[in-house]
Design a protein around this ligand. Sequence first.
Ligand SMILES: [Cu+2]
Length: 148
Amino acid sequence: MHPFPSQVGIALPGKAVRARTHPSGHQVVEVLINRGYHPDSIVALAGRPLRLTFRRHDDDACFERVVFSSPHIDRRIPLAGFTTVDLPSQPAGEVRFTCGMGRYSGRIQLVGEPSPTLLGRVRSRAMRIASWTGAAHFRLTSSRSSES
Ligand SMILES: [Cu+2]
């Protein structure tokens, strides 16, 4: 297995798709079912909930159910429409999901929060400058208040 890069923005090995993170901290990823799961390799942050939305375009009875390894979730997936599966926040590690008979599978890699984030690095640098000069302090606090 490949080691995962510790920074966001670096191309992931294989066809792994990174879950999108909403500002609320919720992570989402869409999975198309058509002769398999697309993507079948997902990377998401550990310690945050993850919502998978399945769209089934394959009438193979295999895909009528999807079964997760952790937590153990067994969900029916109708042919039409979207089926949402919410995984709670979990520690770093691998979660697998398979079709009802285990013929098709996908995996979710829950990885530690990349640290520090780009924004975090910029902030900590700004704070260091602020502590040196004092002058940057006003700008820092005013840019903060504009975020809320
Ligand atoms: Cu199957």
